[in-house]
Design a binder for this molecule. Sequence first.
Ligand code: FAD
Ligand code: NAI
Length: 474
Amino acid sequence: MSQEFDVVVIGGGPAGYVAAIRASQLGLKTACCESEAYADPKGEPRLGGTCLNVGCIPSKALLHSSELYDQASHSFVMHGIKADNVTIDVPSMIKRKDNIVTQLVTGIKSLFKKYKVTFLPGHGSFVASVDGKWQVKVGEEVVTTTHVIVATGSSARHLPGIPVDQQLVVDNIGALNISAVPKRLGVIGAGVIGLEMSSVWKRLGSEVTILEAMPDFLAAADANVAKEAWKIFTSKQGLKIQMGVQIKEVTPKKKTVVIKYENDEGDQTLEVDKLIVAVGRVPNTAGLNAEAVGLALDERGRIAVDHHCATNLPNVWAVGDVVPGPMLAHKGMEEGVMVAERIAGQGTTLNHDTIPWVIYTHPEIAWVGKTEQELKAANIPYKNGQIPFLANGRALGQGDTTGFVKVIAHAETDQILGVHVIGTNASELIAEAVVAMEFGGASEDLARTCHAHPTLSEAMHEAALAVDKRSLHF
Ligand code: FAD
Ligand code: NAI
């Protein structure tokens, strides 16, 4: 007889494993299956999905290692610390990253044991709905379940005619396993992965050229932030970023890659020792047998869901990168929690307007809510306050005063509409703004909140005061 569950989650990434844990916590008999996409060397499927195996975690590990190398090479000296002949041992850096990944993915297996989630190794797909229950095939076994949560995530988008061999031409998977500093690194796409991976290898000594199709740099960010980031990345850090390019041809040679492209100055050729392709991600829906059971996809191939992540099929839900919305781990995790709680009969909802964005370059870039350009386009009256880290004692003490905090509030109600940070620890600072906005806070609420001194968070406080033109230290 087939195993029977209340909930089967297909996909063990952040959206899926969190949904499974929460469902089990709520007393639902839950299983989570995971394919061999990120299998360990023995071929055993590993939980954690893109995020833990080939995304958030390994990229942040490399960003931190390379940042330390950069600081030892260039910034220690201002503190009177002499660190001559700093060298980088890339295989050790990669090994450290791999160890962190292994520790975390093993940890999820332990969490499954702790919370009594059944782990079903193997590829999952729909079989049919029989008597109001779903049959799901996992590997060779068919299990029965009342609810299915699809959390199959996304994979790197590749460009036609550009074969990714993970050696010379790599996507996010190969980019996290480069074993020596490439002398010349090419990157197609000046998005989040392009900028983060370029930062790693630029700090370690690569000459980096980024080729971006769009005319505007970081168009999703607030225009002031994008302008500041452009200045820092290009002039200070020496990243060569070319906007508005059209890639014509990519030819891998024996040890190099030749890229032919066009920009506003005409035809160009670039030869590099390694090429990273980072042009977005596509949802993983193939192999689900979605068509046979009538699971509806949207025009971009994502699983179509309502505001509560319910699909068009009864008791079938979908969360994370495979559904519309930003492809961010924390967004997927919150969707997973929401769905598990709704299955358990709770009325949980998720505020998609307060999902924070972070780009882990140096300086970091983080924001939540609307940009100035979005508010202008929507004719929403607003006021804003902006404070540079130059006016912040802690930033000065840390020797890093790049960037600013900007708080945007409604001109009449004072409700916070957006907060934008570019600077050290922006990823941590933004959490305060998210909380404030989640509770419908006004800039006055932030301005009246006591912030510890000396901290970088005082810049948030001052920016909120500046909304009302009463900043005290700038
Ligand atoms: P995934 O993490 O993609 O997990 C889906 C899982 O389902 C995979 O393990 C897959 O093998 C499995 N699967 C697929 N089909 C099946 C099937 N039919 N049966 C069984 N299993 C299946 N986001 C952030 O928020 N912060 C970051 O710093 C960040 N950095 C990133 C860096 C990089 C280089 C990349 C590539 C992404 C990064 N992301 C980051 C995005 C983040 O990784 C994703 O948003 C997140 O992993 C999505 O979670 P998910 O569970 O929806 O999908
Ligand atoms: P992205 O969407 O951020 O950027 C892709 C870039 O490639 C865009 O600027 C796009 O205009 C450009 N592009 C597309 N086709 C092109 C072409 N033919 N030639 C030149 N440029 C082209 O996607 P990216 O960087 O691949 O990352 C995927 C997703 O992963 C992100 O959108 C994000 O959701 C997630 N991610 C999140 C991170 C974080 O939270 N810090 C870090 C890394 C990834």
